[in-house]
Design a protein around this ligand. Structure first.
Ligand code: UT7
Length: 335
């Protein structure tokens, strides 16, 4: 027994952050030119106005490499010093090998292990928990966690119930040891009974690629939005309450709450249930849509650059998504 509250570890910090977002912006008005939708519907139901779309020659590893390079440059850490590269994504370059293997090679991380972590849109929080475990246990010193997505390739552009919601992007954090110890409390959760509500049905061992799966458009993302919506509000609020109470803290102690960016109505409902004031909550999905595993680090970059997130602030991050999974992380911002 260490005497530490459950879920709370010491000795790891976010030592650097990097982000990459493709240049091309796709607006709601452009979508309404080829889909039966409108800027009015998308913006009032979700808060999204535009999203970034990767170039045709860019895959998830390409975005990940750019975000990772920025994080390493800012930390003045050479790729050769990395111990582990974790890519969290629901849109890997291919089923295997792992996108992380490709990314680590491209970075020149010759000493590092590498693997992908798949936990739906909660991947970034799960990745951060794994990295923190390795660093806090003293196994590794430099672990890179990259959330990277090219969701535009897994969307059915004829399906207005999914294609208007998502965007492409990547964000990376370097997790390293610290003497004083940022607070790092985690809550990770899963309820596989909701697996059917969000996913890509074909292309795996259950339903391998065939003429039929292609004909039936089963290699695209499918979602029962209303079920995910109800789950998300409940999961975000419950997970935040749990991670805060494990750390002996309350919502009033939080300087900035950065939730996964899926729908402004989900963010507002969860924030209201938790009693957060608007100035405690960060959202930027208006300009990016839902970038899945990349949404939280993209928010961190903007919050940090604009001064809304400052050194010493208590930061609460919460993700949710396919699985169904959820997860929260509480940390003291150290950059
Ligand atoms: O990262 C985690 C993954 N995803 C999420 O967190 C998404 C969670 N769910 C949601 O954000 C919301 O459920 C949606 C934004 C997906 C949908 O919003 P909603 O308020 O739950 O709408 P709905 O699905 O109940 O659809 C209402 C109506 C339907 O028409 P009818 O049946 O009432 O005539 C839809 O066909 O809106 C229609 N609709 C659209 N209309 C215009 C659905 N998509 C569109 C669209 N444009 N893009």
């Amino acid at each position: 027994m260490t005497g530490l509250p459950r879920g709370k570890v010491r000795g790891a910090r976010i030592a650097a952050l990097g982000v990459y977002v493709p240049e091309r912006v796709l607006t709601n008005d452009e979508l309404s030119q080829f889909l039966d939708t409108s800027d009015e519907w998308i913006s009032t139901r979700t808060g999204i106005r535009e999203r970034h779309i990767a170039r045709i020659d860019q895959a998830t590893s390409d975005l990940a490499v750019e975000a990772a390079k920025q994080a390493l440059e800012r930390a003045a850490v050479d790729a050769g010093e990395l111990d582990l590269v974790i890519v969290t994504t629901i849109t890997p370059d291919m089923v295997f090998p792992a996108t992380a293997s490709i990314v680590a090679h491209r970075l020149g991380a010759t000493r590092a292990g590498a693997f992908d972590l798949e936990a739906g849109c909660t991947g970034f929080v799960y990745g951060l928990a794994v990295a923190t475990g390795f660093v806090a246990a003293g196994i590794y010193r430099n672990v890179l966690v990259i959330g990277s997505e090219v969701l535009s390739r897994s969307l059915d552009w004829e399906d207005r119930t999914t294609s208007v919601l998502f965007g492409d992007g990547a964000g990376a954090v370097l997790v390293s040891p610290t003497e004083n110890g940022s607070i790092f409390s985690f809550d990770l959760g899963n309820d596989g009974s909701g697996a059917e509500y969000l996913g890509m049905p074909a292309g795996g061992s259950r339903l391998p690629a065939s003429h039929h799966t292609v004909r039936d458009r089963q290699h695209y993302m499918k979602m029962t939005g209303s079920e995910v919506y109800k789950f998300a509000i409940r999961a975000v609020a419950d997970s935040c309450e749990k991670v805060l109470s494990d750390a002996g803290l309350t919502p009033q102690d939080v300087n900035l709450f950065v939730p996964h960016q899926a729908n402004m109505r989900i963010i507002e409902a969860a924030a209201k249930r938790l009693g957060f004031k608007p100035e405690q909550v960060f959202a930027n999905l208006e300009r990016y849509g839902n970038t899945s595993c990349a949404s939280i680090p993209i928010c961190l970059e903007e919050a940090w650059a604009s001064g809304r997130l400052q050194k010493g602030d208590l930061l609460l991050m919460t993700g949710f998504g396919a699985g169904l999974t959820w997860g929260s992380c509480l940390t003291r911002w150290d950059l």
